[in-house]
Design a protein around this ligand. Structure first.
Ligand code: TPP
Ligand code: MG
Length: 346
């Protein structure tokens, strides 16, 4: 049985993640109307929110230490929060501020926090090869740290994922692949693009254990992840875990979801893993007052992070030339004519 202290920790993580997404949703919409100008408002650019995915981040990362590596996809906030990424600097990054994790240059799909070994990418399945690299490093260094790569069910036919499964298997690396199945890849239902109903079946082709958790249940995910991560830490090799989650919001902010049947949306709302975990807490005699306290603390943390981020300075335009491979790019210094003036480069 899962200790009640673990349930409380997971609950706090999940409530933090949910409130974070709801608050970002509000902040994002500011200034973007009426014609939905994606570059306007305090959060410019695309935003993929993960409300409904919380059980996955919390259930898996509850087993991880700071020295374990996590790679996440384009819908990363719930995972970053569960891994312990600095919430203030992450928020500043999302708001494009200079004190953000990537100096405001990466935005919400490119969060990197070396202190807790977290990275994410907007290219789907792209977190898999680096996680295999981290697993190989752990093996070579003879440590017991592990790596976890999160990806969506829409990415399970990508070469980067399948090649990573293969390499992790032949090298017997401490890597766990976690597929978050929310039934959709943008507007594409998974049955139209994937031959397997259960993504964990992919493991069979690479001689790995594969498990699927069929319900949006943080406790079930925690238990399945504990087995997979324990196996990796004990140097018994990689595994694949698929977890059912749900998408409460559009694929990205601004998605009108015309492709999505109302009943699918309603079913997603009914499958709320946070309410489920709240019932579990009550069954363990955790009273309403304690649940309220956990929720209040989570909300306060989110508000503080957003407030802090909004007070942070914007990057200077010249900062664009720092952290670049070519610095400054040819044609942009004062002494040289600009690319526009020369008519471009060969
Ligand atoms: C290699 C690559 N191909 C296509 C895209 C465009 N794209 C962005 S998200 C997405 C669908 C992802 O679906 P899924 O993996 O199920 O994740 P979800 O959005 O459901 O969390 C696609 C095709 C991309 N980012 N990278
Ligand atoms: Mg999906």
């Amino acid at each position: 049985m899962v200790a009640v202290s673990k349930l409380r920790e997971m609950y706090e993580t999940m409530v933090t993640a949910r409130h974070y997404e709801e608050r970002l949703q509000e902040e994002y919409l500011e200034g973007k109307q009426p014609a939905f100008d994606i570059s306007a408002g305090p959060i410019p650019g695309e935003l993929h929110l993960a409300a409904g995915h919380e059980a996955s981040g919390a259930g898996v990362c509850q087993h991880l230490r700071d020295d374990d590596t996590v790679t996440a996809p384009h819908r990363p906030h719930h995972i970053a929060i569960a891994k312990g990424v600095d919430l203030k600097r992450m928020t500043a990054e999302i708001f494009g501020r200079r004190t953000g994790l990537s100096k405001g240059k990466g935005g919400h799909m490119h969060l990197f926090d070396p202190d807790v070994k977290f990275a994410c990418s907007g290219i789907i399945a792209e977190g898999c090869p680096p996680a295999v690299g981290a697993g190989l490093a752990a093996k070579q260094r003879n440590t017991d740290s592990v790596a976890v790569a999160f990806l969506g069910e829409g990415a399970i036919d990508q070469g980067a994922f399948l090649e990573s499964l293969n390499l992790a298997s032949v090298q017997n690396l401490p890597v766990v692949f976690v597929v978050e199945d929310n039934d959709w890849a943008i507007s594409m239902p998974k049955e139209r693009v994937t031959d397997v109903e259960n993504g964990a079946q992919r493991a069979g082709g690479f001689d790995l254990p594969g498990t699927r958790v069929d319900v949006d249940d943080a406790v079930a995910i925690y238990e399945a992840a504990g087995e997979a991560i324990g196996r990796a830490r004990d140097r018994n090799g990689p595994s694949l875990l698929e977890v059912q989650v749900h998408r409460r919001m559009g694929h990205f902010m601004g998605d009108a979801e015309g492709y999505r049947p109302d009943e699918d949306q309603a079913a997603a709302e009914r499958r709320d893993s946070i309410e489920r975990l709240e019932s579990d807490l009550r069954a363990h005699d955790v009273d309403d007052e304690t649940i309220e306290e956990l929720r209040d603390r989570a909300h306060e943390r989110v508000e503080e992070a957003i407030e802090w981020a909004k007070e942070q300075p914007e990057p200077d335009p010249d900062d664009a030339y720092e952290d670049a491979f070519v610095n400054p790019p040819s044609g942009v210094t004062d002494s040289e004519p600009s690319i526009a003036e020369t008519g471009g480069v060969d």
